[in-house]
Design a protein around this ligand. Structure first.
Ligand code: 3PG
Length: 208
């Protein structure tokens, strides 16, 4: 399955910062129970790789991506942990090549038309608009649609329960990402029921 199709099925990608890998399975189970199909576990903490491995083992039906993949070493770490795809805040050729060598789909971050063009030149057609709201949000996505057809986006950064469906309604948006379903403080509180409830509310708002 292409990354675009996979993301179009996923639709909503919770971005997770996990400090304690011992909490990762409970956290991801709560999201999954709420109807979430995939998570992005960011490589921003020492616990991230262990968290990915634990979730992949305990919840094989959940798609797990590594986020904040900044270089080839990160890509390798994520591959060894068993991720399904890679997410990066930006786009650099060395990372695109490394992902290709590892046979892992890469969702690289872009914020401008030039970065999209750099990506399409490297054979990619799906990008994370990041940080989505700060770089222009819906207006930017609408403006990019006509000059850059056949390109799909997963806007992430600044989205919330209240506005994510507006983004998903845009023709060039296949998926959205964000931390609103499980931010660091709710994770620290281990409030799995609250996380499941927010996930369920989120999924219920998605028009299939
Ligand atoms: C991130 O990289 O942290 C994501 O873009 C999440 O952003 P958000 O917290 O604004 O949803």
């Amino acid at each position: 399955m292409t990354l675009v199709k996979k993301l179009a099925d996923i639709k909503v990608l919770p971005v997770l910062v996990i400090e304690d890998d011992g909490l990762a399975v409970d956290l991801c189970r709560a999201l999954h129970n709420g109807g979430i199909k995939a998570v992005e576990i960011t490589l921003r903490t020492p616990a991230a790789a262990a968290a990915i491995a634990r979730v992949k083992q305990a919840l094989p039906e959940l798609s797990v991506s590594a986020g904040t993949v900044l270089n080839g070493d990160h890509a390798l770490l994520a591959a060894d942990a068993g991720v399904d795809f890679l997410v990066s805040p930006g786009i650099v050729e060395s990372l695109v090549k490394k992902a290709e060598a590892l046979s892992l789909p890469l969702l690289p971050g872009v914020a401008t038309a030039s970065e999209v063009m750099r990506g399409t030149e490297m054979g990619l057609n799906c990008f994370k608009l990041f940080p989505a709201v700060a770089v222009g949000g819906m207006d930017l996505l609408k403006s990019l649609a006509s000059p850059l057809p056949n390109v799909s986006f997963c806007p992430t950064g600044g989205l919330s329960l209240d506005n994510f469906t507006d983004f998903l309604a845009l023709p060039n948006v296949v998926c959205v990402g964000g931390s609103w379903m499980a931010n660091s403080s709710v994770i620290a509180d281990r409030d799995w029921q609250r996380i499941e409830d927010i996930a369920r509310d989120t999924v219920a708002r998605v028009v299939q």
